[in-house]
Design a protein. Structure first.
Length: 509
């Protein structure tokens, strides 16, 4: 991973992190207004299937589009003729998805949450049509984001991510007393529309842009046919909340919300850690794959995984130890009660452990897409989903909603290791994971365990002396000092020196 990748990643990570923070603030507002109430259960049910579609299709356009357009990079007008045809086709697809959601959305809610109470089911069904509007705008925006990434323009897409959560915050604070949970759903739809218009400027001000429909064009087929396997390959990342809703709908009130909040917390943390890096990596990986530089590609993948692991594992450990004060400070107000904190805090550690697998999975997936191994990734995805469904079914009778959390942790760690093995075979290296990788992982785990042990005992004392907020802040600061000491002076990780040199322009990695 060279200095250009790292510097671009830092800029995009900052902007993406900012949007993630704003998104997290929107969750704080939502918890304040609705807590773990019946309305929140209905909201998580209503968003489960539409957000699965968003998660499947919106990244798929970028993953297929960037490597494919690279083949037309030097084709001049031919490139924009293709872009125009693609954009027009995407508009039609978005209209179809919108109509499908409006017609079938309520039926989908009933199918995915068959044991939901009548009151929740009715509310979820009323929210669904508005949510599908958001889906349609996101589909079109994702295509334009793919174009931005193709031209290695990462700033505007990152800034545009701020709009939906900001509108959710405004909608909730101004209209929750009048419209209830619908206020944040409408706010999200308006934010998605504004995001689209912001991104659309790239095309409006290009004199080569025009609407052009040619569905039978060979280039169109070449782009859209891979969308199906890519979308399936993304299911392991996107469909889990939908499966959770199916199983948790038979559990007591609030269980869907406990799982939903834990999921959103993990999405926020992993977004800050990996989103900027993952966004920048796909074009770089695609170039290496196109040049058949597989050794270079593998080296970049492993180095990126190691660098992100240095941050991910200690953060997971510290969040597990400090989860209760974190939840109290961030969420425990309004309708999010002490009981809500305790329930979410019980399941959250499993989701934090899962984060250790989720972050590198985002990197490995980019490796598959750069190789255009869409079918292989899709097959693995389907197997993993079956595994998740079966594990949930086996554990829920014994552990209630905690069974889903346990499954979540096992699922992501297993997926990370397995994906690496398969990717190694795709690039002709049957030993993708080396002994040195295992040793590296053990060293990072030791640092995380030691750090967690120290701040666990430190927090208990500081909480009595300094109070919850200051005690947690000091504990976290000490934790990062311990991590830094181990990284620099005990294990002397080469990745730290690599990161420092890349950022200071001393050399290229």
């Amino acid at each position: 991973m060279n200095k250009d990748i790292i510097k671009s990643s830092v800029i995009v990570s900052f902007l993406t992190g900012l949007s993630t923070i704003v998104g997290f603030l929107s969750q704080i507002v939502i918890t304040y207004l609705f807590g773990t109430s019946m309305e929140m259960d209905a909201y998580f049910v209503a968003t489960a299937s539409p957000f699965t579609v968003i998660g499947m299709l919106t990244p798929a356009f970028s993953f297929v589009l960037v490597p494919m357009l690279a083949q037309y990079k030097n084709s001049g007008d031919k490139l924009w003729r293709l872009i125009n045809r693609l954009f027009t086709t995407i508009i039609l697809v978005a209209i179809f998805v919108f109509l499908f959601g409006e017609i079938c959305g309520r039926l989908i809610v009933k199918i995915t949450a068959p044991h939901l109470s009548l009151e929740k089911l009715k509310l979820a069904a009323n929210l669904t049509p508005i949510i599908w509007i958001t889906v349609s705008f996101n589909l079109i925006s994702s295509f334009i984001v793919g174009l931005h990434h193709f031209y290695k323009r990462f700033i505007t897409p990152a800034v545009s991510l701020l709009l939906p959560p900001l509108c959710m915050i405004i909608g909730g604070l101004l209209f929750a007393s009048l419209a209830g949970i619908k206020s944040i759903v409408v706010g999200s739809a308006i934010g998605s529309a504004l995001q689209f218009f912001m991104l659309f400027q790239m095309m409006v001000f290009n004199d080569k842009f025009e609407f052009s429909l040619s569905i039978t064009s060979p280039e169109i087929k070449k782009i859209f046919f891979p969308i199906i396997p890519v979308s399936i390959s993304l299911l392991p990342f996107t469909i889990l909340p939908l499966i959770d809703v199916f199983w948790a709908s038979r559990l007591p009130d609030g269980c869907i919300s406990y799982l939903g909040y834990a999921t959103k917390i993990i999405i926020a943390i992993t977004g800050i850690i990996i989103q900027g890096v993952a966004t920048v990596l796909l074009p770089i990986f695609s170039e290496d794959a196109a040049n058949r530089a597989f050794t270079v590609l593998k080296d970049k993948i492993l180095k990126t995984i190691r660098i992100t692991a240095l941050l991910t594992v200690p953060i997971a450990a510290m969040c597990i130890v400090l989860r209760t004060p974190l939840l109290e400070i961030l969420f425990e107000r309004g309708n999010f009660t002490e009981s809500s904190t305790a329930r979410v805090g019980t399941v959250l550690p499993f989701y934090l452990v899962a984060m250790i697998g989720i972050v590198p999975m985002n990197i490995l997936n980019r490796g598959f897409y750069s190789l255009r191994a869409f079918g292989t990734s899709a097959k693995i995805g389907l197997v993993l989903i079956m595994f998740y469904v079966l594990m949930c079914g086996l554990l829920i009778p014994h552990f209630s909603y905690l069974g889903i959390g346990i499954t979540y942790a096992i699922y992501w760690i297993f997926a990370f290791v397995f994906y690496g093995f398969v990717l190694g075979r795709r690039i002709g290296d049957r030993k993708f994971w080396k002994t040195s990788d295992v040793v590296f992982g053990l060293k990072v785990a030791i640092v995380a365990i030691v750090t967690g042990f120290v701040i666990n005992h430190l927090w208990k004392w500081l909480n009595m002396v300094l109070g919850s907020l200051l005690g947690m802040a000091v504990s976290a600061g000490v934790g990062f000092c311990i991590v830094t000491f181990f990284y620099l002076f005990v294990f002397k990780f080469n990745e730290i020196a690599l990161l420092k040199k890349a950022l200071t322009k001393e050399t290229e990695a």
